[in-house]
Design a protein around this ligand. Structure first.
Ligand code: PEP
Ligand code: MN
Length: 358
């Protein structure tokens, strides 16, 4: 895919370190839009966001002001010079947004799950040269995310970016949406030229975690951040807990440590190469060790088969979990990591034993 660079969006290179997109979750009034935009423009934020049509989980919550909000965005653009961005979920939204001169469109997480909806939006954008940002679908399905990008690209759009806003999950966590960082990392591997932006606001769901998630995104070499910013978050009509004032946003951005992906320093390069050789060697040993473990699991499978015993004895699995958790704690591993690791190993053992039994 021949995807355009962020600089082709008409944003100066010095504003892409990282690119900041900020503005309220929802446009609520002309005053709120103008005040927030003015304060953000003073901080040199290049892109102003606001939701006009809001996809809310339950009916009866504030569902956005509708097309009138686009007029407020237009005024904000004229008076501040910022580019404007809004969410579109269908061709009518696309039509209204483009008609009012919105510069950048984004597709939300709830729309991203639906290939019909993405295709309709892509079709409605044929022949239009506008940047489109695709949020990750709410479910952690990398193919769906990549597929959405492909649909937009096939419509002739090249100014594309992916926006990581986390995934709905059942697990209890302080975060609103699980980041599942391995997914955007995989997206980057598959589409290395696609700009990747992080939305810490919807990942966190609360203000106090925004800095650390933003820093993590920077350390994973994301090109930008979209952070919900409201001139008065306390009275926000949606996502009140996660919105920050422009002043706090400035504090978050100023606190970021931006590291580079490479250096010419030879000592560093040598040191890194040596450590990486070490890692590669250890990975090979890990695989060999796992291979040996699987061989034993297969022998157990044979034994169970001869004696007509089930593959799974849950008591035994419980014992393994407890034993490894205790040992892993000594290395400072999180319970979550040990749990995931051994679940994967156990699942593969079961698969191999099933092969032997049947
Ligand atoms: C938003 O950006 O305000 C929004 C609705 O986000 P998401 O689609 O990620 O839920
Ligand atoms: Mn929001």
């Amino acid at each position: 895919m021949d995807i355009a660079k962020l600089t082709d969006w008409g944003i100066p290179a010095e504003q892409i370190k990282p690119l900041i997109i900020a503005g309220p979750c929802s446009a609520e009034s002309e005053e709120q839009i103008m005040q927030t935009a003015t304060e953000l423009a003073e901080m040199n934020v290049p892109i102003f966001r606001a939701g006009i049509w809001k996809p809310r989980t339950r009916p009866g919550s504030f569902e956005g002001v509708g097309a009138i909000g686009l007029q407020w965005m237009k005024r904000a653009k004229q008076e501040t010079g910022m580019l404007t961005a809004t969410e579109v979920a269908n061709p009518t939204h696309v039509f209204e947004a483009i008609k009012t001169g919105i510069d950048i469109l984004w597709i939300g997480a709830r729309t991203a799950v639906n290939p019909f909806a993405i295709q309709e939006i892509a079709d409605s954008l044929q022949g239009v040269d506008i940047p489109v940002i695709l949020k990750n679908p709410v479910n952690p399905d990398i193919d769906l995310w990549v597929g959405g990008i492909e649909r937009l690209y096939n419509s002739g759009l090249t100014k594309l970016a992916a926006l990581h806003r986390g995934f709905s999950g059942l697990e209890k966590s302080p975060l609103r949406n699980e980041p599942q960082w391995q997914l955007p990392i995989e997206l980057r591997r598959r589409l290395p030229n696609l700009p990747l932006i992080c939305d810490p606001s919807h990942i966190c769901g609360r203000r106090d975690l925004l800095s650390s998630i933003s820093q993590k995104a920077m350390d994973l070499d994301y090109q930008g951040l979209m952070i919900e910013t409201h001139c008065n978050p306390e009275v926000a009509k949606s996502d009140k807990e996660q919105q920050v004032t422009p002043e706090i946003l400035k504090h978050i951005i100023d606190g970021l440590v931006i590291r580079s992906t490479q250096t010419d320093d030879l000592d560093f390069q040598r040191g890194l190469a040596e450590l990486r050789t070490n890692i590669d060697r250890l990975d090979t040993s890990l695989l060999e060790l796992l291979g040996k473990r699987m061989e034993v699991a297969q022998q157990i499978g044979e034994l169970k088969k001869e004696n007509n015993i089930t593959v799974l004895q849950s008591g035994r699995w419980d014992e393994i979990v407890q034993r490894v958790q205790m040992r892993a704690a000594k290395f400072g591993f999180s319970n979550e990591f040990t749990d995931k690791l051994f679940k994967a190993i156990h699942e593969e053992s079961i698969r191999l034993q099933e092969d032997i039994m049947n």
